[in-house]
Design a protein around this ligand. Sequence first.
Ligand code: MD6
Ligand code: FE
Length: 216
Amino acid sequence: MTTDLFSEQMDSTIVFADGALWLRGFALPDADAICQMLVAHLDTHPPQQMMTPMGHKMSVLTTSFGDVGWVGTKKGYGYAKVNPYSQQVFPAMPQMLLDLARRAANQAGYSDFVPDTCLVNCYEVGSKMGLHQDKDEEDFSQPIVSVSFGLPITFLFGGLTRAAQTKKMPLVHGDVLVWGGQSRLCFHGVLALKAGHHPLLGSRRINLTFRKAGKM
Ligand code: MD6
Ligand code: FE
């Protein structure tokens, strides 16, 4: 019994591209505490549908922790100290989130990752994220750590052009992606969230992405 669990843990890391690792179940030991904290936090800091530069609302609900937060308005995408939708500064990054992100980065070989922001994306049934690159940060030598909680979703991972073929990855509660090196600017997205029930988060998926946004 113990041996089975152990061997499963031993091969639970998948290198899905150069510099990009899928750490399956890495966040499970912290998942209960983090989800409990997130549910309470989102109650007092309701996430918003950010705007695209085209003036459309994104389907995901978004907020951030950290020195800066990721924001989308008609003026474009980027990082800001003040949430333009609430006029409040973004709350500090909770220590348990910082610790998880640094442990995951370390495990993937990025030993000096110190994120200054954590983007919180809340998906409801039908929410999706089209193919995009994460390129609003200062220093692309720093990776991104992405943590999935709640309902499963299909993650799409492509190449350096939008037209490149995509791989489909089924992400589940507790999975972590660490994403850097040659893959840092690869296009990626997620398919629409399918209906379901998760014991901690109900009919939602919450994705946390930790980044070092850089100077501000
Ligand atoms: C999501 N993730 O999983 C969307 N970006 O909901 C991202 O956009 C993402 O997972 C950069 C690196 C990892 C990610
Ligand atoms: Fe992204």
